[in-house]
Design a protein around this ligand. Structure first.
Ligand SMILES: Nc1ncnc2c1ncn2[C@@H]1O[C@H](COP(=O)(O)OP(=O)(O)OP(=O)(O)O)[C@@H](O)[C@H]1O
Ligand SMILES: [Mg+2]
Length: 500
């Protein structure tokens, strides 16, 4: 229940914070928080001190009056005042008491008749009130009436008499002969309380002012590092500086700066790779065209070139056109995969059949290069995959394994699976990939040995396409290689496709 209330309260607070724009400022929040934290003890202290003073003052006044009244009660008995109120001494004493406490003293006898009233208005009247009746039984009482500003007290007038017979002569009994009803003003206490309260208010106002000033200053100081970092970010965004953002005022801003520098770094890498990609694309697209132009120009310049030369050059031109076509097809495949996963066309299929088909298609190329192509299937595997994309992955890997192989070499493709993934490994006995190139082979247009790769043919897009296709299946691709000995590519794909 409390948990629910707490959640509701937090939601409400969040809504309020959101509604009032000024409350969304961290500076305002810090200021308000410090103000509240400072104000609460200040105000509650004033309240507690004043209340404590009032209670103590009233209790001291009550006990003072009680002492005085007890003395007076003894005198009343001694002077038989309840029977005869003419005693000058007692009357003076009673009047003095009433003046001293700025109040009213009434003496009531055992018949509940008022024998003396310092106000002189109720004498000889009978008084029947709960307090008086209780007091007549020996119970004294006091009551503080804050609203009307007085303390009302009832004190029994008792006489001590010896009781019992001879053997019991020592025993004494208190007999209530009358009651004294006194109301004493608390105006003086209130006056002191007012004065104290005024002083406390002044002190409080000064403290509040100090807290406000301190809160404003603290809020400013605390917020300054964040303002600095905002300025630094603005400067970076407007391109005034390429320096890393560094605001070391506090750990939090240091972290923000570090995080932002990392983002900037990554953006720079992306930007660089985009620029490199564009220049690579233009270069790759221009190369076949340049070759074609050279071939055509040389034919044009030779007026009576033999038909055989035409034949040969036209074959070269056709090869270049084919190369251009492959580059464009590969680029389109990459762009398509860069887009979204929405284009995935997932079907449940027999992976063994798929791999066998790819192997059959590539066998003539392998034979041409005198490379032995071996396929080993550990178990039957069916999985939900995009057939076109997985075909792209595996044919690129097997193609590479054939292309970058040695004479009389071999390529071994293995298919295995566990309950979650199927794994295809493509191992070859080829030239291998140097360790420092292993991290780069998936980059677009990256080729280990440019001149050699050029001789072999290729654009450096195959592995980029393969990796993208694998990632779209939420799988992984890894390569291990020893230069001069061979390379093993391992592709791991989930058996069932996880969308998103
Ligand atoms: N099995 C392998 N053995 C040795 N080197 C390899 C192997 N596979 C890839 N490489 C190296 O990685 C580079 C990138 O391969 P990738 O398939 O991306 O491009 P490519 O084969 O050069 O061109 P294409 O776009 O036609 O596939 C290759 O140029 C080659 O240097
Ligand atoms: Mg390739």
């Amino acid at each position: 229940m409390y948990g629910l209330n707490g959640v509701l309260a937090i939601t409400l607070l969040k809504k309020i914070l959101h509604k009032f724009t000024f409350l969304r400022s961290l500076k305002t929040r810090i200021f308000l928080l410090l103000l509240i934290v400072g104000l609460i003890p200040c105000v509650s202290m004033r309240y507690a001190i004043l209340q404590n003073y009032e209670q103590r003052a009233v209790s001291i006044r009550t006990s003072d009056i009680t002492t005085q009244l007890r003395i007076l009660a003894n005198h009343l008995i001694t002077y038989h005042y309840l029977q005869d109120t003419s005693s000058e001494v007692i009357n003076a004493e009673i009047n003095q008491l009433s003046t001293l406490y700025d109040g009213r003293v009434m003496v009531i006898n055992s018949d509940l008749r008022i024998v003396k009233d310092t106000y002189g208005i109720s004498e000889n009247k009978t008084i029947i009130s709960e307090e008086v009746l209780r007091c007549a039984k020996g119970e004294s009482a006091s009551k503080y009436d804050r609203d009307n500003g007085y303390i009302e007290m009832t004190i029994p007038i008792t006489e001590t008499v010896a009781s019992g017979e001879l053997e019991d002569a020592q025993r004494e009994t208190e007999i209530v002969r009358g009651v004294m009803l006194v109301s004493a003003s608390t105006d003086s206490i209130m006056a002191t309380l007012d004065a104290l309260s005024r002083q406390a208010l002044i002190i409080e106002a000064i403290v509040i002012l100090a807290i406000v000033v301190a809160s404003v200053m603290a809020a400013r100081v605390l917020i300054r590092p964040f303002e600095k970092i905002t300025l630094a970010l603005d400067n970076a965004q407007e391109g005034y500086t390429n320096d890393p953002i560094c605001v070391n005022d506090c750990i939090e801003t240091e972290h923000i700066g570090d995080a932002f520098n990392r983002v900037l770094g990554r953006m720079k890498v992306l930007d660089d790779s985009r620029q490199e990609f564009v220049s690579n694309v233009s270069h790759e697209l221009k190369t076949p065209i340049t070759s074609m132009k050279v071939l055509a120009d040389s034919l044009i310049s030779q007026k009576d070139a033999p038909i055989e030369l035409y034949q040969e050059f036209m074959e070269d031109i056709a090869a270049e056109v084919e190369r251009e076509d492959k580059i464009i097809t590969d680029l389109l495949a990459l762009v398509k995969m860069d887009r979204t996963v929405a284009d995935m066309n997932i079907t449940e299929m027999d992976i063994n059949v798929l791999v066998e088909l790819i192997m059959r298609r590539l066998r003539p190329i392998a034979q041409k290069k005198d490379v032995e192509l071996v396929y080993e299937s550990v178990r039957p595997v069916t999985a939900a995959v995009d057939e076109v994309k997985i075909t792209l992955v595996l044919s690129n890997l097997v193609e590479n394994a054939i292309k970058y192989n040695r004479e009389h070499g071999w390529v071994k493709v293995t298919l295995d699976a566990d309950h979650q993934f199927f794994t295809v490994t493509v191992a070859d006995s080829g030239i291998g990939i140097p360790a420092d190139s292993l991290d780069h082979i998936y980059e677009r247009f990256y080729r280990v040995d440019k001149s050699r790769s050029r001789e072999i043919g290729g654009t450096g897009l195959g592995l980029a396409i393969a990796r993208n296709a694998v990632l779209m299946h939420h799988g992984s691709i890894n390569a291990e290689s020893t230069e001069g000995e061979g390379t093993v590519f391992t592709v791991k794909i989930p058996l069932s496709y996880i969308g998103g």
